[in-house]
Design a protein around this ligand. Structure first.
Ligand code: ZN
Ligand code: ZN
Ligand code: FE
Length: 764
């Protein structure tokens, strides 16, 4: 090829193939403008595998062009790879053009997540006559993407905007390369685009100004509105009105689980919460996640919003409608919670909303553009100045995660709770949005449907199915039903560690620490505090928290007092009944005795090493929480209550396994001596950090390994995560933790995928 380079040209010719998230983010107009500025001739086109550029320019200009392509790229874009080749091509024009999209292979490029409305559009919404207060305004830099995409390449006909014919004005903008809406697929205006409709007392109204003033006056009056969002319906009410929030809890039968709150501005968030620079960056990012912050004492957001916890999940407006609504609202903060019934997926369909959310709300606000891919609001927090994801959905999905190896054609089924699945596509992993709890029938239907949608969108036909070892997981059943011969079963905590390795680009032996709730162990016990030496191919379980009966099995996770009795019975035997601790008054004595009997007789008492269960026990022994009102309430309260000025810890013992008998004894002493709960909570967490440090040091001494990988749901505990990381770093370990997928079971599928890929031959 090199010989064909045309030396008689002053200019050189390059083919440039850009892979990554480069579609639906204004990339082609950006390339076009750049080429014109630099007087480069050639063309740019979208194809299913990325953006292709032909460029003719003098050498130095070409270098500058390649440099600026990376450094000036649109903010929502993400370049994985730029492949430059010298291949000769016929091009004799000195213009630079955008040419239409092509489909050339089964390769695909990144698919853009949804992007919060940009500031230019907010200005246009007040100045462009055809978009005055138009709540579906968008441009190449912002707007719905994944939620409306049915197929690739990303073109209007392949989105749920296809039913809206562009008016002359919109199509003028769409085809004008100098316009910010050039090839903005969801482009629309008040004349031609989707519209809202408010259903109230059997009437329906479409006038947006009426809708806005009505919705805001209803919210001021303490009413609840079911409103269609970007990825599904929300229920909204005034976050500063405790009666409204209480009523929302009653209607949703959601006793205490915290609600997310949308604020009108960052200033209002600052008045109510404590946010450092990194947290502010997360809040204002175009992904607009719910960010967990410490709520300030005296905040005007009522206590019912995050009952008992010291944190508040906050977000900023991301749809044009949210901005318009806050212009009318008297309150600065509204609860915005998923529009669903108990554990069902968030409602996306207008009719279903009317049937299911109608009874839970005082008015129903719908619009006539279909949501094709359901997404929830994503939830994140900041630890050691890095983003940590708790729920990965809107704004994050379906951004791909680059792998060091090929995983093409593998489907990883994920866990049971907080399920996300994952597909391998070449050397990338594509995680689904948060699906939820698969035990719920509707959620499992959503799982199956979304797995099919991704298969089509990603053009994959899986030959291998990776899943958890747990025989009763619905996801395991799905994989075994599909996979035939190509099933790869993966141990739960090995998958957790592998997930963290994969997102950090590690492919070697490491020390893996998985502190978790529960997962199926390969000895049939319920694991959950695993210290592994592992790579993708396999693992050695070096040690774990000593096994203890889990009285009542799954019930134990809902009722922390059960684990308290289990630990106390182990330490004190029958003497436990003579202890002077509030637990013995809070739980009827006959229930405690019955449980002791069950433990003796090994009735429904599987053995567990779950770290989450030790949190439960300590929360109940110290009187913080006896029964969970929502999943993991006890550990969350324990985290919230801890006094971080306390730096002492309790004793523990390292034998073959880790023993916390002495820890429990000292906690009981502290409780009897009426030491504060906040002191006990802090000391207990310090104990765990010290225990992790000691074990990991021991493993380093024996194995020579120095890379430590932290994973599992317990690492959603901010205090534990930050301090474990920092203490390990002080001891000169290289520490790796999650930032791109959740450390909880929502990240599990990535680990399953990586393990499957490396175990299979031919996947180098
Ligand atoms: Zn915009
Ligand atoms: Zn229009
Ligand atoms: Fe787990």
């Amino acid at each position: 090829m090199e010989s064909q380079e045309r030396k008689y040209y002053v200019c050189i010719r390059k083919k440039i193939h850009i892979k990554g998230l480069v579609q639906g983010v204004g990339f082609r107009p950006f390339v076009y403008r750049l080429a014109h500025q630099l007087k480069i001739s050639g063309n740019v086109e979208n194809s299913n595998d990325g953006v292709h550029i032909l460029a003719i320019a003098p050498e130095n200009v070409m270098q500058l062009f390649l440099y600026l392509l990376r450094t000036e790229a649109p903010q929502a874009s993400h370049i994985d790879e730029i492949i430059v080749s010298d291949e000769a091509f016929d091009f004799n024009d000195n213009s630079f053009e955008i040419i239409s999209s092509r489909n050339i292979s089964d390769e695909i490029t990144g698919i853009s997540p949804d992007i919060a409305v940009c500031s230019d559009c907010l200005t246009d919404m007040k100045t462009q006559t055809h978009r005055l207060n138009y709540p579906f305004i968008n441009c190449t830099n912002c707007g719905p993407r994944f939620t409306i995409i049915e197929d690739l390449p990303y073109d209007r006909e392949k989105t749920s905007m296809k039913v809206f014919a562009m008016c002359d004005k919109c199509s003028g903008e769409y085809t004008d390369v100098g316009d910010r809406r050039f090839h903005a697929q969801p482009v629309a205006c008040s004349q031609c685009g989707p519209e809202y409709e408010l259903m109230l007392d059997g009437e329906s109204v479409k006038d947006i100004n009426f809708i806005l003033s009505k919705c805001s006056s209803m919210i001021s009056d303490g009413k609840i509105i079911a409103m269609k969002g970007l990825g599904g319906f929300h229920l909204a009410c005034d976050a500063m009105n405790s009666n409204a929030v209480k009523r929302m809890r009653e209607l949703k039968t959601r006793e205490a689980k915290p609600f997310a709150v949308m604020f009108s501005s960052l200033e209002r968030i600052n008045e109510n919460c404590i946010a450092d620079e990194h947290q502010k960056q997360l809040i204002v990012s175009w992904k607009r996640p719910v960010v967990l912050l410490k709520q300030k004492p005296g905040s005007s957001v009522c206590g019912e919003v995050s009952a008992g916890l010291d944190t508040l999940g906050v977000m900023l407006p991301y749809m044009p409608f949210h901005h318009l609504l806050f212009e009318h609202l008297k309150t600065d903060a509204i609860v915005l919670t998923s529009g669903n019934i108990s554990d069902e997926p968030i409602v996306i369909d207008n009719e279903e909303a009317s049937a299911k959310l109608g009874p839970l709300s005082d008015a129903l606000l719908i619009y006539n553009r279909e949501i094709y891919n359901r997404t929830d609001d994503s939830v994140v927090f900041s630890a050691n100045n890095r983003e940590r994801i708790i729920r990965r959905s809107r704004g994050y999905v379906p951004d791909m995660i680059g792998l060091e190896f090929n995983a093409d054609g593998i489907f990883a089924a994920g866990a049971e709770l907080k399920n996300c699945f994952c597909y391998g596509k070449g050397k990338s992993a594509v995680m689904s949005q948060h699906i939820g709890d698969l035990k719920n029938l509707e959620t499992f239907a959503f799982y199956k449907e979304t797995a099919e949608k991704f298969k089509k969108l990603l053009r994959v036909n899986p030959a291998y199915y990776a899943c958890d070892m747990h025989p009763d997981y619905m996801s395991t059943g799905y994989a075994t039903g599909k996979g035939g011969e190509g099933i790869i079963s993966v141990q739960h905590h090995h998958a957790h560690v592998a997930s963290c390795m994969a997102e950090n680009g590690l492919d070697e032996k490491v020390i893996g620490v998985s502190l978790d709730g529960t997962g199926y162990g390969d000895d049939g016990n319920t694991w959950g505090s695993e210290f592994l030496i592992c790579d993708f191919e396999g693992y050695d379980r070096v040690t774990h928290f000593d096994y203890i009966p889990l009285p009542g099995g799954d019930k134990a996770a809902d009722e922390p007092w059960r684990m308290a009795v289990s630990y106390l019975y182990r330490v004190y035997g029958n003497e436990l009944l003579a202890l002077d601790i509030p637990l013995l008054k809070a739980v009827p004595l006959d229930r405690i005795k019955l449980l002791m009997h069950a433990i003796d007789k090994k009735m429904n008492c599987p053995l567990t090493s779950g770290a989450g269960r030790l949190f439960d026990a300590v929360a109940a022994i110290s009187g913080i929480c006896y029964t969970n009102r929502f999943e993991a309430e006890a550990p969350m309260l324990l985290e919230a209550i801890a006094d971080h000025s306390v730096n002492t810890a309790y004793p523990f013992e390292v034998k073959e396994t880790l023993h916390f008998d002495q820890t429990i004894r000292e906690i009981v002493n502290d409780v009897t001596e009426l030491k504060g709960k906040s002191v006990i909570a802090a000391r207990f967490q310090n104990t765990l950090i010290a225990a992790v440090l000691e074990i990991v040091k021991m493993i380093r001494k024996k194995s020579g390994l120095n890379k430590v990988v932290l994973s599992g749901g317990v690492f959603q505990n901010l205090y534990l995560l930050e301090n474990t990381e920092n203490r390990l770093k002080e001891c000169e370990f290289e520490v790796f933790s999650h930032t791109r997928v959740p450390s909880n079971d929502g990240g599990l599928a990535l680990g399953q995928l990586a393990i499957a890929a490396r175990r299979l031959k031919g996947f180098k």
